[in-house]
Write a protein that binds this ligand. Structure first.
Ligand SMILES: COc1nc(N)nc2c1ncn2[C@H]1C[C@H](O)[C@@H](COP(=O)(O)OP(=O)(O)OP(=O)(O)O)O1
Length: 166
């Protein structure tokens, strides 16, 4: 029986660039990623997405401008927790990305994504995101550097995906 923990992951886009952050501590340290983290008890997922973005790179977004673009599930061999990650994107934000204790942000062109310094799964599902497609992916890791198996698919709509999941 898997214990599910819900996380957020937010990507800020500007023309043909995407904002990534170098994680400075904790889970995923020394990897580039979007901005996000755990959803707190009694917190709406969308509120957690905006909160983590602000905490990690000082940008403000209205939750109404965050679009749910994907759903990712990560499991790790020998660990009974499943990370259930809700992925959001927006190109409407306020502020200037700034380094915090957790993340150092940097803009990347779409053809210069630093996959070698990211989670292995990213190179499998980023192409969906960069093409503006909705996606679902699940990945089963052995340790942090090997994917034992995975499934990824394009979705028609997030609403119908979550309706079927219930
Ligand atoms: C395993 O593959 C992953 N790939 C990608 N791209 N992103 C992942 C993967 N596994 C987790 N993530 C994301 C999900 C979250 O956005 C973060 C992890 O959140 P974190 O553990 O940093 O959560 P916080 O609440 O910020 O943690 P603190 O307790 O340290 O504040 O990575």
């Amino acid at each position: 029986m898997l214990l599910k923990k819900i996380y957020t992951l937010v990507f800020i886009r500007k023309e043909s660039q995407i904002l990534l952050g170098m994680k400075k501590r904790g889970f995923g340290m020394n990897k580039w990623n979007g901005f996000g983290g755990k959803v707190e008890p009694n917190e709406q997922i969308i509120d957690a997405a905006a909160r983590e973005l602000k905490e990690e790179c000082c940008l403000d977004v209205k939750t109404s401008n965050l679009k749910n673009i994907g759903h990712l599930e990560f499991t790790f061999e020998g660990d009974s927790t499943m990370m259930d990650v809700r992925v959001f994107a927006t190109d409407i934000f306020e502020g200037t990305p700034s380094e915090t204790e957790e993340m150092a942000p940097k803009w990347f062109k779409h053809d210069q994504i630093p996959y070698d310094d990211m989670w292995l799964d990213d190179r499998l599902w980023f192409p969906y995101m960069l093409k503006g497609k909705l996606f679902y992916g699940r990945f089963h890791y052995q340790g942090f550097d090997k994917i034992l198996n995975y499934h990824i698919e394009e979705l028609e709509s997030m609403e119908s995906f979550y309706a079927k999941k219930k």
